[in-house]
Design a protein around this ligand. Structure first.
Ligand code: TPP
Ligand code: MG
Length: 657
C-alpha cells in the first residue's frame, strides 16, 4: 500500500472504531477489515458528486452489508457530502443523520436503506437493470448520456441469504455487465467462522450463475483491489464479482474472530489498534493529507465527471432535441396520466375478475407512462400483470417486461432498485399468498418512502382447489399493519381502475399493494372509481335513517349490499361502506371519516383474518383459520359467506351482541 492510501485507510479504521466506541454500539469488524476496499473504490473509481448528490448519471454505491454504516458515513464525509465530523460523533444517536444502518433520504449520499442482509445486493440488480434499460433507450453511438456502474459491498451474510442468490442468478442471466459486487470475504460472521455453515466453492458458484469472478488475495492491497475493479469495469458482458480476502477487525487485538463483528472496542483496544497501525493523529480527526486526497480524487473527479456529462448533454440536446426533452421527463419523474378518455371500462352488470381489470389497466397505462417497468414471478398469465414492449434481456434491453422467474423475494427488492434508481417506476406481481416470500422488500420500500407497486392476484380462500397453501388468510392483515403502505382490495372494475390510477401517481411516497380476485365479480352500479382515493365511501344507503353500518371491501361488497337489502325488508336499516384502502381512509379529515363511518354499531365483513377490522367495527366476520381445497362454488358456503349465512351471522351474532 502506498503511503497516502495507508494513511487514509488507517484513518477510516481508527475514526470508524472511535465512532462505534463512542456510540457504545455498532460493528467495528467490517469497518476495520473492509476499509481498503471501500477506500479504493471511492478514491479511484466511483463517480459521485457531493455538490449534486442526485446527479443522474452518477455511479451507484450500495452498502449491502448495512452494518458497516460507520464506514459509509466516514467516506461520504470525506467525499464532501453534508455530513460533518459532529455528525460522525453522533453516530447512532437520537435525531442524528448517522443512524444505525444507512437510510436513504435521511443521509446525503446514501442510495438505499440497507441492514436486512441480502436486500442491498438484490436492489442493486434493479438499479443495474434500470441503467441498462435507460442507456439502451437514450444513448446514441456518440452520446452515452446514461453510462454508470452499480457497485455493491457485501459480506458473507449477504451471500448466505436466498434473496442474493435469486438476484445474482437473474443478473447473470440478464448479463448486467455494469454491476460490480465487492465481497468482503473474511471467513467470519456474527456467530463464528463461516466454515461452520458454508463449504461451497464461491468462484464456481458465481461463475455458474454467469458472472465474472476475480480474486484479490490480500485485502490490504489497494492496487490489487483497484486492478480487479478496472478489469471488472472493462468486462461489460457479464456482472462482476470480486472476492477480496480480508481479516475481520484488522488491527484489533481480537481481529480474525467473530467477537469483533458487532461489539464496540474498549478504549484500551483502540489504543492497541492505533499502536498496531502506527497511527498518531488525534481522535475524531482526519488529517489534512487525507482530506486533501479525498478532495483531489473523489470530489474533483465527481465534479469533473458531471461537468463533462453536462457538456455532453448540451450537445445531445442540440442533436436530439426530442429525445432530450423526453430524457428530462424521465430524469425528473415527470410522467402522469392526465387523459383517461380511452381507459378500458366495464359495463355495470357485466362480470370480470379484478385481476383481469388490473392487467388491462396496466397495459393501457404502460402506453401512457413509458417509465413503467416490471413483471411477474412466473405468474403473469395468472396475475395478468406484465410490462410492455417485450421481455427485457440481453437481446432486447428495451423490453419493459421483466420475467423474474420464481424469485419473489429478489423480484420485490429489484423492483425497489428500479424505482430508487430514478427514471423508472417499478412494479411486480405474484400470487397474494406468496407475498410472504417478499414481504421484507415491501417493508423496506415503506421505510424508504419508495413508491414501488406490488400487484397481487388470488386474494382470498376463493382460490379454491389449490388448497390452504395457496389460499391467503392473514396476508391482508400483515400488509395493513405495515406503516406507510397503501393496501387496496378493490371490489370491482371501477374500484380496481381507481386503485391502479392511484398507484401510478408520481407523488406517491409509499409502496402500493393491490390485491385482486381470481374469480369473476359483478361490476356494480354503486362503486366509484374516483372515491377509491378517499379509501372508503358509502356504497349503499338505506331508504330510512340507518341504524347500522356494514364495512367491507373486495368481493364481499356485493354480498354486503345484498345482505343490507334483505335487512331493509325487515326494517333493519343498514348502510354499506366500501373500504378498499384503510390507509387512504386514515388520511382523510375527521369530518369525512365521521360522515362515512359515524358512531353507529358496525359490522365488518371480509374473507380473511379479522384482525385488521376491529378498529372500525364492533363485530368482525372473517376467516381466522386456514382454507381447504375445494371448488370455489363450495367455498362460500363452507366459510359462511353466502347472502343467507352473512344475514344470519349479522342477526344472531352481531345484533344479539
Ligand atoms: C436478514 C438479516 N439477518 C440477520 C442480520 C443480523 N446480522 C447483521 S450482520 C450479521 C453477520 C453477517 O456476517 P458477515 O456478512 O460475514 O459480516 P461480518 O461479520 O463479516 O462483518 C448478522 C447475522 C441482518 N442484519 N439481516
Ligand atoms: Mg464476514
Amino acid at each position: 500500500m502506498n503511503t497516502i492510501d495507508q494513511i487514509c485507510v488507517n484513518s477510516l479504521r481508527v475514526v470508524g472504531a472511535e465512532m462505534i466506541t463512542k456510540a457504545k454500539s455498532g460493528h467495528p469488524g467490517i469497518v476495520l477489515g473492509a476499509a481498503p476496499i471501500a477506500h479504493t473504490l471511492f478514491t479511484r473509481h466511483l463517480n459521485i458528486n457531493s455538490q449534486d448528490t442526485k446527479w443522474f448519471d452518477r455511479d451507484r454505491f450500495i452498502l449491502s452489508a448495512g452494518h458497516g454504516s460507520a464506514l459509509l458515513y466516514e467516506l461520504l464525509h470525506l467525499s464532501g457530502f453534508e455530513i460533518s465530523m459532529d455528525d460522525l460523533k453522533q453516530f447512532r444517536q437520537k435525531g442524528s443523520i448517522t443512524p444505525g444502518h444507512p437510510e436513504v433520504n435521511h443521509t446525503p449520499g446514501v442510495e438505499i436503506t440497507t441492514g436486512p442482509l441480502g436486500q442491498g445486493i438484490a436492489s442493486a440488480v434493479g438499479m443495474a437493470i434500470a441503467e441498462k434499460y435507460l442507456s439502451a433507450y437514450f444513448n446514441e453511438p456518440d452520446f452515452t448520456i446514461v453510462n454508470h456502474n452499480t457497485y455493491v459491498l457485501c459480506g458473507d451474510g449477504d451471500l448466505q441469504e436466498g434473496i442474493s442468490q435469486e438476484a445474482m442468478s437473474l443478473a447473470g442471466h440478464l448479463g448486467l455487465g455494469k454491476l460490480i459486487v465487492l465481497y468482503d470475504s473474511n471467513d467470519v460472521q456474527l456467530d463464528g467462522d463461516v466454515s461452520q455453515v458454508n463449504t461451497e466453492n464461491v468462484k464456481a458458484k458465481v461463475e455458474a450463475m454467469g458472472w465474472d469472478y476475480y480474486l484479490v488475495e490480500d485485502g490490504n492491497d489497494c492496487d490489487a483491489i483497484s486492478d480487479a475493479i478496472t478489469e471488472a469495469k472493462n468486462s461489460i458482458l457479464k456482472p462482476s464479482f470480486i472476492e477480496v480476502k480480508t481479516i475481520i477487525g484488522y488491527g484489533a487485538p481480537n481481529n480474525g474472530d467473530s467477537s469483533i463483528h458487532g461489539k464496540p472496542m474498549p478504549e484500551e483496544d483502540i489504543v492497541s489498534l492505533r499502536k498496531f497501525l502506527g497511527y498518531e493523529y488525534e481522535a475524531f480527526k482526519f488529517c489534512d493529507d487525507v482530506v486533501d486526497y479525498y478532495n483531489e480524487n473523489v470530489v474533483n473527479r465527481g465534479n469533473h465527471a458531471e461537468t463533462e456529462w453536462n457538456l455532453l448533454l448540451k450537445e445531445y440536446q442540440k442533436k436530439y432535441p426530442e429525445a432530450y426533452k423526453e430524457f428530462l421527463k424521465f430524469m425528473y419523474n415527470d410522467f402522469e396520466i392526465t387523459d383517461t378518455n380511452d381507459i378500458p371500462t366495464w359495463e355495470v352488470g357485466s362480470k370480470e375478475s379484478t385481476r383481469k381489470v388490473m392487467g388491462k389497466i396496466l397495459d393501457w397505462a404502460s402506453v401512457k407512462l413509458p417509465n413503467l417497468m416490471g413483471g411477474a414471478a412466473d405468474l403473469s398469465s395468472s396475475t395478468m400483470v406484465k410490462g410492455a414492449d417485450g421481455i427485457f434481456g440481453q437481446s432486447n434491453p428495451l423490453g419493459r417486461n421483466i420475467k423474474f422467474g420464481v424469485r419473489e423475494h429478489a423480484m420485490a427488492a429489484i423492483t425497489n432498485g428500479i424505482t430508487l434508481h430514478g427514471g423508472l417506476h417499478g412494479f411486480c406481481s405474484g400470487f397474494f399468498v406468496f407475498s410472504d416470500y417478499l414481504k421484507p422488500a415491501v417493508r423496506l420500500a415503506a421505510i424508504m418512502s419508495c413508491p414501488s407497486n406490488f400487484y397481487f392476484s388470488h386474494d382470498t380462500v376463493c382460490v379454491g382447489e389449490d388448497g390452504p397453501t395457496h389460499q391467503p388468510v392473514e396476508q391482508l392483515t400483515m400488509f395493513r399493519s405495515m406503516p406507510n403502505t397503501n393496501v387496496f382490495r378493490p371490489a370491482d372494475a371501477n374500484e380496481m381502475t381507481g386503485a391502479m390510477l392511484e398507484s401510478f401517481k408520481k407523488e406517491n411516497t409509499y409502496p402500493t399493494v393491490i390485491v385482486s380476485s381470481r374469480q369473476t365479480l359483478p361490476n356494480l352500479e354503486f362503486t366509484s372509481r374516483e372515491l377509491v382515493s378517499k379509501g372508503a365511501y358509502v356504497a349503499f344507503t338505506p331508504s330510512k335513517t340507518p341504524k347500522y353500518t356494514i364495512v367491507t371491501c373486495g368481493s364481499e361488497l356485493y354480498l354486503a349490499v345484498e345482505v343490507a337489502k334483505k335487512l331493509e325488508a325487515e326494517k333493519i336499516y343498514t348502510t354499506v361502506v366500501s373500504m378498499p384502502s384503510q390507509f387512504l381512509f386514515e388520511k382523510q379529515s375527521d369530518e369525512y371519516k365521521n360522515e362515512v363511518l359515524p358512531d353507529r354499531p358496525t359490522f365488518a365483513l371480509e374473507m380473511g383474518s379479522t384482525m385488521s377490522w376491529y378498529k372500525y367495527a364492533d363485530y368482525v366476520f372473517g376467516i381466522d383459520e386456514f382454507g381447504s381445497s375445494m371448488p370455489i362454488s363450495e367455498i362460500y358456503g363452507r366459510y359462511g359467506f353466502t347472502i343467507e349465512q352473512v344475514y344470519d351471522t349479522f342477526k344472531t351474532k352481531f345484533l344479539k351482541k
